[in-house]
Design a protein around this ligand. Structure first.
Ligand code: AMP
Length: 292
């Protein structure tokens, strides 16, 4: 008879980390903190910093979808504490943009965060005093693309991200490749201003039909959704072209009725594009396959 003791396969695979993750997922009274005050946020991050905890921050504007959840899951794997910030940052919206109608399904967002084992949701009501007068402006990578189409957008983004870094004091911060220029601007800001945080860039999450997941996709009518699929398909085709992928994509999009081209540009090794489908503005980017 074998002398080996029998162990259930389940018991064998439960490491302390996995045990903690399962506890977070299934515990009935899992206490996720919800903080809307900057003072409380600072106090909490000071406690975590003192005890040397690895803190991951996922900055979002809410209306969470599977793109955001992918960032949160990555943070959950790599960090002892996970903070999700939810803040629709008014200063990154232009006067004619969709600030007022931006979706804010707060309770649903909290449920999703709880399910993912987030430790703290930081959802401040307002981050700017009435006489706020200091901004962060990156002046190189914020040029062109969204920087041209949305003047002041990256100044708003860089300012709020630095404020969030100062309040949450994360060890690691998670951003999506979907917003490629945002990643370019934030990484330059972090380098230039010696911000002690490691940036983690997560690949773009797409729906099965190829459309990059976005909070703004909920504005799309069924007809607009088919145009968004066409937009995503043309981008995937363009990045395989050896010659002039940007002008090829521009021509195809100008021909597509119902799609209005905003810009198409190559930045580094990526083809970046923005369009309007009806009133909804969609951005996307992919790595050029045929380039060295
Ligand atoms: P937002 O709430 O739109 O400001 O996005 C918050 C973060 O989620 C940003 O870092 C985005 O780049 C990222 N994100 C949004 N959509 C996606 C996606 N489809 N795939 C990966 N990351 C995404």
């Amino acid at each position: 008879m074998s002398k080996k003791r029998w162990r259930s396969p389940q018991t064998k695979s439960i490491t302390p980390q996995r045990g903690l993750a399962l506890f977070r997922k299934y515990a009935l009274v899992y206490a996720m903190k919800m903080v809307d005050s900057t003072v409380t946020m600072r106090r909490q991050s000071a406690t975590w910093t003192r005890s040397g905890e690895v803190v991951g921050l996922v900055p979002t504007m809410g209306a969470l979808h599977k793109g955001h959840l992918t960032l949160i899951r990555r943070a959950r794997k790599e960090c002892r504490r996970v903070v999700v910030s939810i803040y629709v940052n008014p200063i990154q919206f232009g006067p004619n943009e969709d600030l007022a109608r931006y979706p804010r399904p707060h309770q649903q967002d909290l449920t999703l965060c709880r399910r993912e084992g987030v430790d703290l949701v930081f959802a401040p009501k307002n981050l700017y005093p009435p006489d706020h007068s200091t901004y962060v402006e990156e002046t190189e990578r914020s040029q062109g693309r969204d920087g041209s189409s949305r003047p002041g957008h990256f100044r708003g983004v860089a300012t709020v991200v630095l404020k969030l870094f100062n309040l949450v004091r994360p060890t690691r911060a998670y951003f999506g490749q979907k917003d490629a220029q945002q990643v370019d601007v934030i990484s330059r800001m972090v380098r230039d201003l010696d911000v002690p945080v490691k940036l983690v860039v997560v690949p773009t999450v797409r729906d099965p039909d190829g459309v990059a997941v976005s909070s703004r996709n909920r504005y799309l009518s069924p007809r607009a959704r088919t145009l968004a699929v066409e937009f995503a398909r043309l981008l995937q085709q363009a990045v395989k072209k050896k010659i002039n992928p940007a002008s090829w994509l521009g021509q195809q999009l100008k021909k597509a009725s119902g799609i209005k081209l905003d810009y198409v540009e190559i930045a580094g090794d990526r083809l970046c594009v923005a369009v309007f489908i009806g009133k909804t503005r969609l951005i996307d980017n992919e790595r050029l396959r045929a380039y060295p």
